[in-house]
Design a protein around this ligand. Structure first.
Ligand code: GUN
Length: 284
């Protein structure tokens, strides 16, 4: 029976570290501040943004949630980003994705100042990550890595499979695992023999977005399974990409949904925001 990787306990630890960093900055007269822009009424995005604001309050980080209507034009959004870039009181700028179809996400992401890019999505930060240079790591893959490290199982030399090649999760996850000296296979919708590849993995990261996608036969006995999915099951309940009950019978460690990666993503965002405040105050 697998050991559960408890995102709640682990996230609390990372948030406590962010909170003590924020408190130290406040003693020096610096109030770490995160600005989050959300465009439109996507219910999932609204829930995520509310969670981020709650975490900020808990960590002693100021937060502004800027809610813009669905019909906001790309130019208007770019102007809001530019104003936040120029505002010395704001240390982190985050634009919640997805954006409405009439706005090109890449235009908006590229407009965020790299030193305020607490999501780690801008080309400068992505490039630095590829090169193994100091940067803001994207929060979800950084959270997954922290979960893997929490098991105490060495990552170096292991076979890791990442399912999903998104810019937000799959691609950066593959890079972070490579930097940890894992041997990485990045799988996607066109991958042949996906089941066999997964079943050979010591580390399996599922970032597909389909409930029940990873079945027990895709899990190697003794593997570490990290579930990035956030889906609604047939019963309407929140669930991940992994058949948790069945996979738990085979894995050595497994992360649950809810109570897993989602909380870690937010904890990493708190850490990145404190780091951004330090950076902009000349303390790094
Ligand atoms: N949408 C889903 N995950 C994320 C994230 O980590 N950052 C942003 N900005 N949008 C998201």
């Amino acid at each position: 029976m697998a050991q559960r990787i408890d995102g709640k306990v682990l996230a609390a630890r990372y948030k406590a570290e962010a909170a003590s960093g924020a408190a130290a900055l406040q003693k020096q007269g610096i109030a770490p501040r995160l600005a989050v822009i959300i465009v439109g009424e996507n219910p999932a995005s609204k829930t995520y943004v509310a969670g981020k604001a709650r975490d900020c309050a808990e960590c002693g980080i100021l937060s502004d949630v800027i809610e813009l209507p669905e019909q906001t034009g790309e130019q208007a959004l770019l102007e809001r980003v530019a104003a936040l870039n120029a505002d010395d009181a704001v240390h982190g700028v985050l634009v919640q994705l997805p954006l409405p179809a009439h706005i090109q996400e890449s235009h908006v992401i590229h407009a965020i100042a790299p030193e305020k890019d607490v999501d780690g999505f801008t080309p400068i930060n992505v490039g630095r990550m590829v090169l193994g240079e100091e940067c803001f790591l994207p929060c979800t893959p950084a959270g997954c890595l922290a979960m893997l490290q929490s098991t105490g199982v060495p990552i170096a030399g292991k076979d890791a499979v990442v399912i999903g090649r998104s810019n937000i999760v799959g691609k950066p996850m593959a890079l972070l695992l490579t930097a940890q000296n894992a041997t990485v296979t990045l799988c996607h919708s066109r991958t042949e023999n996906l089941r066999e590849k997964c079943a050979a993995a010591n580390i399996l990261i599922a970032a597909v977005g389909k409930a029940g996608f990873v079945t027990a036969d895709m899990v190697k006995p003794g593997a570490i399974v990290i579930d990035v999915g956030i889906n609604r099951g047939a019963d309407g309940r929140l669930c991940g990409d992994v058949d948790f009950a069945a996979a738990s019978e085979k894995a050595a460690f497994i992360s649950p949904v809810p109570g897993g990666v989602g909380l870690m993503t937010r904890a990493m965002l708190m850490q990145n925001t404190v780091k951004a405040a330090r950076l902009q105050s000349g303390l790094l």
